[in-house]
Design a protein around this ligand. Sequence first.
Ligand SMILES: Cc1cc2nc3c(=O)[nH]c(=O)nc-3n(C[C@H](O)[C@H](O)[C@H](O)COP(=O)(O)OP(=O)(O)OC[C@H]3O[C@@H](n4cnc5c(N)ncnc54)[C@H](O)[C@@H]3O)c2cc1C
Length: 463
Amino acid sequence: MKKGKNEKIVNNLRRLLGHGKVLSSPEDLFCYSYDGTFLYGAPAVVVRPATTREVAAVLKLASAEGIPVVPRGAGTGLSGGAVPVEGSIVLDLTAMDRILEIDTADMLAVVEPGVVTARLHRAAESAGLFYPPDPSSSNVSTIGGNIAECAGGPRGLKYGVTRDYVLGLEVVLAGGEVVVCGGRTVKNASGYDLTGLFVGSEGTLGVVTRAVLRLIPRPETRQTLRADFKAIEQAAEAITAVLGAGVVPSALEIMDDVTIRCVENYLRIGLPLDVEAILLIEVDGPAAALSEQARLIAALCEEHGAVRVRVAQTKEEEAELWRARKAVSPAVVQVKPTKISEDATVPRSRVPALIRAIKEIARKYRLTIAIFGHAGDGNLHPNLLVDKSDPDEMARAEAAIEEIFKAALALGGTLSGEHGIGLLKAPFLELEYGGPGVATMRKIKETLDPYGILNPGKIFGGS
Ligand SMILES: Cc1cc2nc3c(=O)[nH]c(=O)nc-3n(C[C@H](O)[C@H](O)[C@H](O)COP(=O)(O)OP(=O)(O)OC[C@H]3O[C@@H](n4cnc5c(N)ncnc54)[C@H](O)[C@@H]3O)c2cc1C
């Protein structure tokens, strides 16, 4: 945006929202110039609206002036979705952070988009209810960002992802029109599923300003086990055996040898360094059924070669077992300063094949790739540990990522299980959907955002 126009827009935004909600100092702009990836983009101005009406006013101004708008929650996204487009208005939704209702009779919550995910977990829990989607970033991420990315997390295997809990939405469209879709009912077959369309749309179709979310009864209790395997194939076989035995764990996480070494170096908690994989398995439900399920899982893991199985006996032991998994993100960045976190996802039975392929790709391109993730639902997080100031290593990483995507697609999978396409995966979308598939998505984008201002460049690339 040219300097004169920029000043005019900033002044207009201040008139609409008041001084305190419009940030334009270089320090403020810098804080909004990145997300959870290594990408960077400078916005022209940041606004922090407090109401739907203020969001609508900003979008009306932006569409009239043709200025790009980048919606933003906590900025923890891992595909570059909240990275500002040059000269854009960043629409920071974290000031809209009220939990408006926890309705125990209809088992739902009504929330604003800036509510931090873990706050909703706690609010639901204190009403005896449960909001299952639990991205590992839940202490920071917002519900708006979760909806825009269709966030998942360890509990996806048993409970599904964010999409499965969104009953209704209020969304502001690019021109400032406010659309209400879905509602408070568990079923809704009225017209097109607009709610479903906005979930996972990465801020490219509209700005979520309110959400009605389904809650479920809180599980009575949970139990966690850790099983260590000499060979990653044995871990994969154990997963198949557990699921085949009719037990659906509430989480089934895997960490490979590279990840285990990073976490042990970071926490020094005595993780085994002579194994290729650790499985962390959680079951939840009525206390009476759980110890039997835990016994069965332990037996199946041992039958498939686990060298050690630990069953947490107390809340403290459970927290200790989960500590290793929760420390993975900070632990892996000890190796190299830049972490490229992918989330290729395959049908569950193809997890061993994808792990083998990724290990081979790491060898071929001389890269360190830590593999961990939600193995129970086929969603792996190969993290490429690189240094973005080393052009040769970055070029090898780029080639490796393309091969990982191709391997996942060849195994019947998808580019992204939960992080979205954003900027990083945009060049590969056509590999998954082909020309006609991407063209259909573009038509939807052009219809809902005829001005092309909402998060341009995300999903489709080339802003
Ligand atoms: C350590 C770590 C662990 C993570 N673990 C997981 C995990 O287990 N599972 C998982 O799914 N993800 C995970 N993530 C990724 C990330 O936390 C999620 O994608 C999360 O949903 C992003 O929320 P956010 O509030 O930070 O959104 P942001 O990063 O701010 O934005 C993400 C996208 O949502 C759009 N957006 C934000 N708010 C709105 C709104 N109100 N209306 C319309 N569009 C909006 C943005 O434009 C952008 O495209 C992890 C990230 C980190 C850093």
